[in-house]
Write a protein that binds this ligand. Sequence first.
Ligand SMILES: Cc1cc2nc3c(=O)[nH]c(=O)nc-3n(C[C@H](O)[C@H](O)[C@H](O)COP(=O)(O)OP(=O)(O)OC[C@H]3O[C@@H](n4cnc5c(N)ncnc54)[C@H](O)[C@@H]3O)c2cc1C
Length: 278
Amino acid sequence: MARTNLSTTRVKPAESTLLNLRVLRRQRISPNFSRVTLGGGDIARFDHMGFDQWFRLFIPIADHTLERLPDKLDTLSYVKYLTMPKATRPIMRNYTVRAFRPGGSDGPELDVDFVLHGDPAAGPVGPAATWAQSCSAGDAVAIIDEGTAFNPDPQCSRLFLVADETGLPAVAGILGSLGDDATGTAVVETPHPDDAQPIVGPSGVELRWVVRDDPHAAPGRAAVRHALDEGVDPQMFGWAVGESHVPTTMRRHWVGQGVPKTSIMFCGYWKLPRGRRD
Ligand SMILES: Cc1cc2nc3c(=O)[nH]c(=O)nc-3n(C[C@H](O)[C@H](O)[C@H](O)COP(=O)(O)OP(=O)(O)OC[C@H]3O[C@@H](n4cnc5c(N)ncnc54)[C@H](O)[C@@H]3O)c2cc1C
């Protein structure tokens, strides 16, 4: 994970242990997103907190390797995970709860929206994005709940959310969890106009979709340009996630405009390789 203050803003879940789940179904929901629905196994122990709730996702690369994972992810068990042989060590990545239905058709269901990043001609790059395009019903995965990071002081009068496409599920979760009286602005960048999703939220929060015109442009820059043009209310709560440039630029800007650091949550969800960064 790139730069973040997530550990200071984080609200931990009541239980943060390994949950073994299965893929219930997979659906291509838009040009650059695959929705994978998880359930079965330990899903009854999952505690839905809403907002930008995220979790560690473990994808097996060989049969039965999830069984060797530690039950928790503290410093010691993380070292244990890292020392597992590469040939059997499950892939670990971070993802957001896009939706949770306690009473789905197959029991409780958890939706995860994966960005299918990479060169469309060459197929997705990255094991998680590749898996999200090829997994099947019944496939095993495991998750460890990490709770939420969106944690504004009740005194904050307005919200300002900025995200690239990897933050779209979190923006949807936040807007869907806010009270009706919430006000503010949410800016979400997507690679394609059809990646915009219907999102339910308070009428006082304006959701703006920014489409990346140039497919070769670095993700997040268009959302940042758009957000920098907006006026800043020093009483607001700022939340910025996505490619590292998004949170670092927005945080610097907001702090420069008088927003207290404690009223900002910023998290680099991923990092462009060197050479593509500006
Ligand atoms: C708290 C948190 C919540 C997150 N929630 C989501 C979510 O709900 N949905 C989601 O899609 N992502 C989410 N992410 C981002 C996701 O974890 C990363 O994009 C992850 O690196 C993808 O793993 P991978 O195996 O596909 O690619 P990796 O193996 O990690 O990376 C392979 C290459 O792809 C590049 N890359 C990684 N992600 C992207 C991208 N999105 N676009 C372009 N290039 C990329 C890397 O720079 C690297 O060069 C979240 C991250 C965090 C920290």
